[in-house]
Design a protein around this ligand. Structure first.
Ligand SMILES: [Ca+2]
Length: 95
């Protein structure tokens, strides 16, 4: 999947505000359907952390998608923030 320059570290920082995080998520939305699928999230983990991180993160992605519909929606956003901090090594400021 061609998400090339969506690397979370491309601007050289590991801290972002919640708005920056949302903007970054939009770039992950490869098929532009307005939501992040489990696969799109796993791709993000792959470009930031490599293949081993991806394997490890598979379980994490499943826990983000708490209602199990295959997509991360607004109500699961909080899970996503926790996931990013845990698996992508970013610090997200809530305000
Ligand atoms: Ca879901």
């Amino acid at each position: 999947m061609a998400i090339g320059n969506c690397n979370i570290y491309s601007h050289g920082k590991r801290e972002m505000t919640i708005n920056e995080f949302k903007r970054w998520l939009k770039k992950l939305d490869a098929d532009k359907d307005g939501r992040i699928s489990r696969e799109e999230l796993a791709d993000a983990v792959r470009v930031t952390g490599g293949w081993f991180a991806r394997l490890k993160a598979k379980r994490g992605v499943r826990s983000v998608d708490s209602n199990g519909n295959g997509y991360i929606d607004e109500s699961e956003f909080k899970n996503l923030v926790e996931f990013a901090e845990k698996h992508l090594g970013v610090r997200i400021f809530q305000f």
